[in-house]
Design a protein around this ligand. Structure first.
Ligand SMILES: Cc1cc2nc3c(=O)[nH]c(=O)nc-3n(C[C@H](O)[C@H](O)[C@H](O)COP(=O)(O)OP(=O)(O)OC[C@H]3O[C@@H](n4cnc5c(N)ncnc54)[C@H](O)[C@@H]3O)c2cc1C
Length: 352
C-alpha cells in the first residue's frame, strides 16, 4: 500500500482485518506529519455528507451511501476494540436564499420518501441556536445520519488497530515502482532493499500521478488547495451539529471553538487574501464570527480528476490498483474505496 492518508489507512486496515498481509509505505505512515506534507487527510474537516448529496442514483450516490454505512459499522467496531473515533451526528444545511430553500425542501421530500431521516428546521428553531443573522424567513435542512468525524483520530485508530492485527508501517517516501514477472518491487528513498509484493495499491493522493507515470499510466489529477481556520468566538459555540453555510463547513469543536473551511483554490499555492472573505461567508457572517479570534490556520491539497468523475478507483493492470482523486470527499469515501479494493483482490484470489 503506497500512501498514508485516510484512503490508504482505511484500505490497509480493512485488508489486514480480512487476513491479508499488508505493508503501508508513506513518509507519514507512522503518524508524524513531515513539514512539507500537505496531504488532504491531515487538513480535512471530516464532514460526511451522504444523505444530503444532490444526486440520488449512480456511482457517486452508491459510493456515498456504502461509505456512510461502513463508517457507522467501523466506528462501532473500532470503539469496541479500544480505538474510538469522535463523531458528531447530524448536519444542518442553511438555506442562503429563497431558491436555495426551495431546492433544499425538494431534497427533503425526495429523501424522506426514500426513508432517510431528514427534517426541516424553521427560522424560529434556528434563532434558538443563535447561529447569527440568517436571511429573513430562511430555514435549514437537517440530516440526522450525516455528520462529522475527526480525520486525525480516524487515521490514528486505523493505524493503532491495524498494527495490532499485524499491519506493517514503513515511514519512507516511495521513489520508484517496478514491474516483476509475478508482482511488484517498491523502491524507497532511504532504504537499500526494495519491498517485493504480489499486489500493489497506490493511494498516494496527488503523488499517485508521478509514481505511476513511469509505468505508462497517465492520471488526470489537478491540485486544488484548501485553507481552513480554527476560531475561538467570544461566547462558546453550543450547536447540536456541524453547519453548512454559504457552501462552507462550520464544525463545532469540544470546548466551544469552531473549524471553518475550506477555500477552493486551483493549484498548490495558498492565497492568504482568501481567508478573510471566507470568514465573511460572502457577506453573511454574523458579528460574533467576524470578531472571533483566529487560533490556527492550515491548508491541504485535494486531488481533482480532470474530465473524469471523482474518485479514481481503477485496476490499472494485474495486481495494480489505484485509489486516488477523491477530491472533496475522501474522508467520507474512504470506506467505500477500501471495500472496492478488497473486492478486487478477493475476487481475483477466488477466481484463481
Ligand atoms: C482543507 C480540506 C478540507 C477537506 N474537508 C473534507 C471534509 O470535510 N470531508 C471529506 O470527506 N473530505 C474533505 N476533504 C477532502 C479529503 O481530505 C481528501 O479527499 C482525502 O483526504 C484524500 O485522501 P487520500 O488518502 O487519497 O490522500 P491524501 O490525504 O492527500 O494522502 C496522500 C498520502 O500519500 C503520501 N505520499 C505522497 N507521496 C508519496 C510517496 N512518494 N511515497 C509514499 N507516499 C506518498 C502522503 O504522505 C500522504 O500520506 C478536505 C480536503 C481539504 C484539503
Amino acid at each position: 500500500m503506497i500512501g498514508g492518508g485516510i484512503v490508504a489507512l482505511a484500505t490497509a486496515w480493512l485488508l489486514q482485518r480480512h487476513g491479508h498481509r499488508v505493508q503501508l509505505i508513506a513518509p507519514d505512515a507512522l503518524g508524524t506529519t513531515p513539514q512539507e506534507s500537505r496531504s488532504g487527510s491531515a487538513a480535512a474537516l471530516g464532514v460526511l455528507m451522504a444523505h444530503v448529496f444532490h444526486r440520488s442514483k449512480g456511482r457517486a450516490w452508491r459510493l456515498r451511501q456504502t461509505s456512510l454505512g461502513l463508517w457507522r459499522r467501523w466506528r462501532q467496531e473500532l470503539s469496541e476494540r479500544g480505538c474510538p473515533i469522535p463523531f458528531q451526528a447530524g448536519l444542518l444545511l442553511l438555506a442562503r436564499d429563497p431558491d436555495d430553500q426551495k431546492r433544499l425542501r425538494q431534497l427533503q421530500e425526495q429523501r424522506q420518501a426514500m426513508g432517510f431521516p431528514l427534517s426541516w428546521w424553521e427560522p424560529s428553531q434556528l434563532r434558538e441556536l443563535e447561529l447569527g443573522d440568517q436571511p429573513e424567513g430562511m430555514g435549514g435542512l437537517h440530516s440526522a445520519q450525516d455528520g462529522q468525524l475527526d480525520p486525525l483520530a480516524a487515521m490514528a485508530a486505523f493505524r493503532r488497530d491495524g498494527l495490532r492485527c499485524g499491519l506493517q508501517l514503513s515511514g519512507e517516501r516511495v521513489v520508484a515502482l517496478e514491474r516483476r514477472p509475478a508482482g511488484w518491487r517498491i523502491h524507497r528513498r532511504s532504504a537499500i532493499t526494495p519491498v517485493e509484493v504480489d499486489w500493489l495499491v497506490v493511494a498516494a493522493g496527488l503523488a499517485s500521478e508521478a509514481l505511476l507515470r513511469p509505468l505508462g499510466h497517465q492520471l488526470p489529477l489537478q491540485p486544488v488547495l484548501g485553507q481552513c481556520l480554527e476560531l475561538a468566538p467570544a461566547a462558546p459555540i453550543r450547536w447540536p451539529c456541524p453547519v453548512v453555510w454559504q457552501g462552507l463547513n462550520l464544525v463545532p469543536r469540544p470546548g466551544g471553538g469552531l473549524w471553518l473551511g475550506a477555500t477552493l483554490e486551483p493549484g498548490e499555492q495558498a492565497d492568504p487574501s482568501l481567508l478573510e472573505p471566507m470568514r465573511q461567508l460572502g457577506g453573511a457572517a454574523p458579528s460574533w464570527l467576524r470578531e472571533a479570534t483566529v487560533i490556527r490556520r492550515w491548508q491541504g491539497l485535494r486531488a481533482r480528476p480532470q474530465g473524469q468523475p471523482a474518485p479514481l478507483l481503477e485496476k490499472l493492470e494485474p495486481g495494480l490498483l489505484l485509489l486516488s482523486g477523491h477530491y472533496r470527499n475522501g474522508v467520507l469515501l474512504a470506506p467505500g474505496s477500501a471495500q472496492w479494493a478488497l473486492e478486487q483482490i478477493e475476487g481475483f484470489l477466488t477466481c484463481r
